[in-house]
Ligand binder design. Sequence first.
Ligand code: NAD
Length: 490
Amino acid sequence: MTQTIPITVARGDGIGPEIMDACLFILQEAGAALEIEEIHVGELVYLAGNSSGIEPGAWESLRRTKVFYKAPITTPQGGGYKSLNVTTRKTLGLFANVRPSVSYYPFVETKHPKMDLVIVRENEEDLYAGIEHRQTDEVYQTLKLISRPGTEKIVRFAFEYARANKRSKVTAFTKDNIMKLTDGLFHQVFDEIAAEYPDLENEHWIVDIGAAKLADTPEAFDVIVLPNLYGDVLSDVASQIAGSVGLAGSANIGEQAAMFEAIHGSAPRRAGQNMANPSGLLLGGVMMLVHLGLTETAERVHNAWLRTLEDGVHTYDVYRRGKETGVSKKEVGTREFAEAVVARLARKPQQLKPVSYGHIGTEASTSFPVPTAIIRPPHKKDLIGVDVFLHHHDRDPNKLGEALSRVNGEGLNLLMISNRGQKVWPGGAPETFCTDHWRCRFVTGEGQQITNNHIVRLLQRVADANFDFIKTEHLYNFDGEPAYSLGQGQ
Ligand code: NAD
């Protein structure tokens, strides 16, 4: 008897249950021996008082099966509800979001008929740490955190994914001309790891021009690896221009577990009417089968789905446009669409390119080793100063510079003041607009070092002089190199 593979399933909200039923029916008819453990997530769980939308007991199932097949959910209106996706990604360490964007021209309308790319988005870091503060009357901040282990994992994942899936190029987008330390690290790690994959082409674009090129000529890209925010934005752009937002699936992969889903939401207005298109969730399911090593079944389902699309059997969303161009032949509901896919399980598409997963191998649990974090020994770190941020109402930087210089002492001297990153003292330009948020940089003399105690005493002097300090950032040299931004205008 074939051994069954346990997976955790959430049927979700809105159209979720009906598209999940359709997908499980197709996967089972295709011969995927899955043992389903159902958990409850979403609207009712939120409304029952679980702020993350998941029952505490559900984690046991997820930890046991390590594979989560999730239908879309509805997040209730109003405040206080945390994103279930963010909670699941962070709790289970699902660091890699994999989103293929493929066009199915002429069966699905698109201006980019040759598009076939995969976005690999870092899922845990960057601006998504959610560490935000209001600091003054006028200024709010959020922290952008990029780590070396996190970046190494996602970049290595992208190269391994490209190699396993017979893709030829990996591209990184960053904004390292502005964010020299955070995005600079991402670019540097990309170059280091790219050198280990000489069989794959690699390239780096600044994200603005890269995004423009992606929107204009998506066929020029293959695998794109991105920090979290750029990946979030550009994976939606890529799906939209492929014409396939409703047809795209997505995988979230971690060292221990993985989650598979559609990229669309719960479409509440279409719920319970047997209308919704199950394709996005089905393609998420195909990614799950590949992850489980069931590559032959994955190939059969994916090709049957392509053939169904090609035969013009379409749910309302694809049918509407397809009937004008003659590619849509029959409008069907969710269940009938699933039956049409099942009826084609032995067939391949004739016009669209058939998929092949045979080369990926059938090792259970994953198609290639998921990269793990490498922890390195500490570097040499010297504390050489501190940026003290003030909430200060008087907008004259010269007056502030003069008054604040009086707290200099123990070798720590005020070097400069900037406002929103622009140096305004000494020698600022009179035209620069200043807010109530001032960065005041104190540094030691050449070759000298300080300790945290020097900073504590400096802050005491700042407080005694009645300045309202609202945060500090230490200035370090790592291995003798300045490890802080020098700021504009310097
Ligand atoms: P949505 O993706 O649910 O719907 C956008 C549009 O696409 C609607 O017109 C809808 O009818 C259509 N659509 C979406 N999926 C479809 C399908 N499979 N077949 C046919 N038509 C489909 O986005 P929304 O309306 O902004 O959000 C609705 C709810 O979904 C919200 O509560 C939102 O928080 C949630 N949501 C959940 C997820 C998730 O669980 N991963 C993702 C996005 C949104």
